[in-house]
Design a protein around this ligand. Structure first.
Ligand SMILES: Nc1nc2c(ncn2[C@@H]2O[C@H](COP(=O)(O)OP(=O)(O)OP(=O)(O)O)[C@@H](O)[C@H]2O)c(=O)[nH]1
Ligand SMILES: [Mg+2]
Length: 238
């Protein structure tokens, strides 16, 4: 990955957003910038606007974020672009839909530093609001989690969670290919499989989504399942 000028005491919060006008400002304003600066970190809030046409980018800018426009669609594409532009040596991620508890970012960062971890992923199933995930998606996620554990011996409870806190060097060491929803499982599986990184999974709250659902449940679910098998039989040469 090409390097931008990295800043040692900087945390980059990278948020992919596709038509999230209803929630984006709430997400940005809930990030505890002051707490992070008391911990000694500057904060870069980076919204990757994935071709929104509802004013998401402008709203994000007004709320104080740096906005990059990425016209090529896809959750993974948005993250790859965002990671390249992240100035912090520590990166934290969250969706732009108010589902993830961004107020815990200082705790995640503290844990990463204090325990000298490389990668923290999160488990949404620990404290999930009742309507936060449909029954279909819960079943789909359980199948993906079980398949991940069986195929990769990865001791992970939530393979699809989109909130991570990690040292930027992790994504500079592994090759991430997916431009779409499988990006989330690809990142975790390759990080764990590389055996180079100290990682943990921590429980988090997961809240009801604000704004229209972007996920295509059946298509993305099956797509992720197929991706797991493809990854399993190609990954060690990748
Ligand atoms: N689906 C999708 N999301 C994108 C894309 N580009 C950016 N995003 C953002 O990526 C995040 C994840 O997408 P979501 O639709 O929330 O997917 P999800 O979290 O699995 O599903 P929900 O439980 O409905 O929130 C959101 O912040 C989207 O706005 C894209 O091309 N497709
Ligand atoms: Mg979401």
């Amino acid at each position: 990955m090409k390097k931008v000028k990295e800043k040692k005491n900087c945390v980059s919060v990278v948020i992919p957003a596709l038509n999230e006008a209803e929630a984006i400002q709430g997400v940005i304003r809930s990030i505890p910038v002051e707490r992070l600066s008391k911990q000694g970190f500057r904060v870069q809030i980076l919204v990757v606007d994935n071709g929104s046409h509802d004013g998401t980018g402008e709203l994000a800018k007004k709320a104080g974020a740096e906005v990059i426009r990425e016209e090529r669609r896809g959750y993974g594409r948005a993250y790859k672009t965002g990671f390249k532009k992240a100035k912090g040596q520590i990166i934290v991620t969250a969706d732009a839909d108010l589902t993830y508890p961004v107020e815990i970012i200082p705790d995640l960062v503290k844990m990463l530093v204090d325990q000298n971890l490389d990668f923290i992923t999160t488990n949404r199933f620990a404290k999930m609001e009742e309507q936060a995930m449909s029954l279909r998606n819960k079943i789909g996620n359980s199948i993906l989690n079980l398949t991940t554990r069986v195929l990769f011996f990865a001791d992970i409870k939530d393979s699809q969670s989109g909130m991570w806190c990690f040292k930027k060097e992790v994504v500079q060491h592994i090759k991430l290919v997916s431009d779409h929803m499988p990006f989330s499982q690809e990142l975790k599986i390759k990080t764990i499989a590389s055996k180079k990184f100290k990682w943990v999974e921590v429980p988090i709250e997961y809240r009801n989504r604000v704004g229209e659902v972007k996920l295509n449940g059946w298509k993305d679910g099956f797509g992720n399942l197929i991706h797991l098998f493809r990854l399993r039989f190609k990954m060690y040469s990748a």
